[in-house]
Design a protein around this ligand. Structure first.
Ligand code: SF4
Length: 226
């Protein structure tokens, strides 16, 4: 199936009972600031063109961000940082991402989530990560003909991604290299870049700055030919 068909199918997935319950409960309880909105409350598909040469791999949708808006990193503080950086390096058409239909486009890059439903406390279980793996594997296989670089935001995404890359035929060394901010790997024709997650916590504590994100993205876009 095509990437568009995959996107259409994933939004109907109900394979993880705990996550299905959580994503739907949040949509009823809501956050006061969004009381008048109808939450998406379904799995969130990838975002970006099907012939992307750069993939950005996160963790999972946030409860009141992507689980509300239906688009990855859209409507939450993590996205505020990430899209500022993506705009600065020329990948995002605008520095903000508020809702589907806001005019935002990505040039040559696709965002992908290893777990596609919002988890309690932003922490999916290893079982949920493994259950969602087939969606990630299929998406990366579909992107493989054009994919040249991947930025991985955080250790969870790194651990989820490396086995999938190995299964899809990229030469992942054993033992698997550890995640770190600034780590770069060459896996045959694919370059992999580690970056701390753009979480509110990492940014507020100063562990990650906008300039640090831009530096990693600049190297990755260059490797991706963007
Ligand atoms: Fe399906 Fe993935 Fe959501 Fe689990 S996390 S219900 S596998 S889309």
């Amino acid at each position: 199936r095509s990437l568009a068909e995959l996107d259409a199918e994933v939004v109907g997935c109900r394979a993880c009972p705990r996550l299905v319950a959580w994503r739907e409960e949040i949509a009823v309880v809501k956050r006061a600031a969004f009381a008048g909105e109808t939450y998406w409350a379904r799995p969130v598909p990838g975002f970006g063109p099907p012939d992307a040469s750069l993939a950005i791999v996160g963790l999972a949708p946030s409860a009141h961000g992507a689980n509300r808006t239906g688009r990855l990193f859209t409507g939450d503080p993590s996205g505020d940082v990430l899209f500022k950086a993506l705009h600065r390096v020329g990948v995002a058409s605008q520095p903000t991402s508020t809702r589907i239909g806001d005019g935002l486009e990505l040039r040559g890059a696709r965002m992908v989530s290893p777990v596609r439903c919002a988890p309690p406390a932003n922490k999916p279980t290893p079982e949920e990560r493994d259950t969602c793996r087939s969606w990630l594997a299929e998406e990366l296989t579909l992107l493989k003909p054009t994919l040249k670089a991947v930025v991985v935001l955080g250790a969870f995404g790194w651990q989820a991604l490396l086995p999938v890359l190995a299964e899809a035929g990229w030469p992942v060394p054993a033992p698997r290299p550890k995640f770190g901010h600034g780590v770069e790997l060459e896996l045959g024709d694919l370059r992999l870049f580690g970056c701390y997650h753009v979480s509110q916590r990492n940014v507020q504590t100063g562990r990650l700055t906008l300039d640090m994100v831009c530096d990693v993205l600049a190297s990755a876009t260059s490797a991706a030919g963007l």
